[in-house]
Design a protein around this ligand. Structure first.
Ligand code: C5P
Length: 401
């Protein structure tokens, strides 16, 4: 299945100012291209002390620009030409000195000149700060940062952690993969800006004894993809996850739970503070009535234990009953008669939208196909990657709010 890459058709000017984090920009240039972007590198003189222009040229297959006096452009105006076709300028690393320069509108070398001369309405400027923690925390840097934000710049990071100087704190440049994810998110439409979205994902685990339990084959991938898509669409996202082995999407608040009861207890107090609730979790319908304190032992007699079961609370139905309920979206994982079961489930759970999918054809996979059922009828989202489907679903939800 070939879907367009997330940065397909995007042209990005990758600016690099002087900092040891320049080594990460080599990987970043490759990652942006792997996602479909074309990358034009522009470096300050200081950046070339950390990594060569030759390396960046070889990685991007394009001439690298360092000087405003470069005469390779026919009109000798690299500072104008380079941003006219660009979808964004990303400066990574952005040093403290470079940010100070931008904040005051100075333009005494090519990269700052180019940032100042870019068409501000259609060529956004993103900065990935990279500096020592004291430099980052300094009032002058923080003042510059506030000014840059007020001027419309988007600031990516920085992260906290070990620094090249041996100190520990804020100021590390984000990693290449993180910056690439930030760029992808930046270009997504923002129909959920200002909205709050609550999502459940993954299976639940219902303990039988301290070492055994009942669970299911849900991987959590669909729910995590929806969390990422909703965040990219501008929402503040809370993700309540059963036991899964997945990384938390960037900027998503994650609450880990095990059992259906724990998921219920985490979701219910939060639900009314959210605009949307998407229940993707494959919640166990029943749980062992009691969880023994000790492991149930095989006694050699051939007798098998009988495990009395009790019903779990229905989280989605409980949220849908709240007086101040969010817009509720349920999932129906069926093995047959998808449309009919989805329609019935919508009425039974009293929710405005049910998303049907064929369980055996999606569990654990990276792709899926969805059937949206609401009071107006049905709409198919044909087989695609889960992130692509999640983005389409998020767009559909946004039109219904
Ligand atoms: O009733 P059924 O399990 O088929 O309904 C599926 C939908 O209800 C999903 O959205 C699922 O996350 C949600 N659900 C729930 N709590 C349960 C069972 C299902 O929130 N105990």
């Amino acid at each position: 299945m070939s879907e367009p890459l997330d940065l397909q058709g995007r042209h990005i000017v990758l600016g690099m100012s002087g900092g040891v984090a320049c080594f990460k920009s080599a990987e970043l240039a490759r990652e942006l291209q792997r996602q479909g972007a074309t990358v034009q590198v522009v470096m300050t003189e200081a950046a070339t002390q950390f990594i060569t222009a030759l390396t960046m040229q070889a990685l991007t297959n394009r001439n690298v620009y360092v000087s405003q006096w470069d005469t390779r452009e026919p009109n000798a105006m690299a500072h104008i030409n380079l941003t006219r076709e660009a979808d964004a300028v990303l400066v990574a690393p952005a040093s403290a000195d470079f940010m100070a320069k931008l904040a005051t509108g100075r333009a005494d070398e090519l990269l700052s000149l180019l940032c100042l001369a870019r068409p501000i309405e259609r060529c956004p400027l993103l900065l990935a700060p990279a500096m020592n923690r004291e430099m980052w925390a300094h009032p002058a840097t923080q003042r510059n940062l506030a000014q840059l934000r007020a001027d419309g710049c988007t600031i990516l990071g920085p992260a906290a952690g070990d620094q090249a100087c041996g100190e520990i704190g804020d100021g590390r440049m984000l990693e290449a993969l993180e910056l690439c994810a930030e760029m992808i998110a930046f270009f997504q439409p923002k129909p959920l800006a200002g909205r709050r979205v609550l999502i459940t994902a993954g299976p639940t685990f219902e303990a039988i004894d301290p070492v055994r339990g009942i669970t299911n084959l849900s991987s959590g991938k669909m729910g995590f993809a929806i969390a990422r898509a909703a965040q990219e669409a501008g929402a503040a996202v809370t993700l309540v996850a059963g036991p899964v082995h997945l990384d938390t999407p960037r900027h998503v608040r994650r609450i880990d739970v095990q059992s259906a009861q724990q998921m219920h207890d985490a979701v219910l107090p939060l639900a009314a503070q959210h605009d949307v609730f998407v229940a993707t979790a494959a919640v166990a319908d029943w749980r062992p009535a009691e969880c023994g304190a000790q492991k149930i032992k095989k006694d050699g007699s051939g007798r098998v234990p009988t495990i009395p079961m009790t019903e779990n609370p229905d989280i989605l139905a409980a949220v849908a009953r709240l007086p101040a309920r969010p817009y509720c979206v349920g999932f129906a994982a069926e093995s047959h008669d998808l449309a009919r079961h989805a329609r019935e489930k919508r009425l039974r759970k009293n929710v405005p939208l049910i998303v049907g999918n064929l369980g055996p054809a999606t569990f654990g996979r990276d792709d899926n196909a969805l059937l949206l059922v609401d009071e107006r009828g049905e709409r198919e989202l044909p087989r695609a990657g889960k992130l692509a489907l999640a983005r389409a679903l998020v767009a559909e939800i946004a039109t219904r709010l």
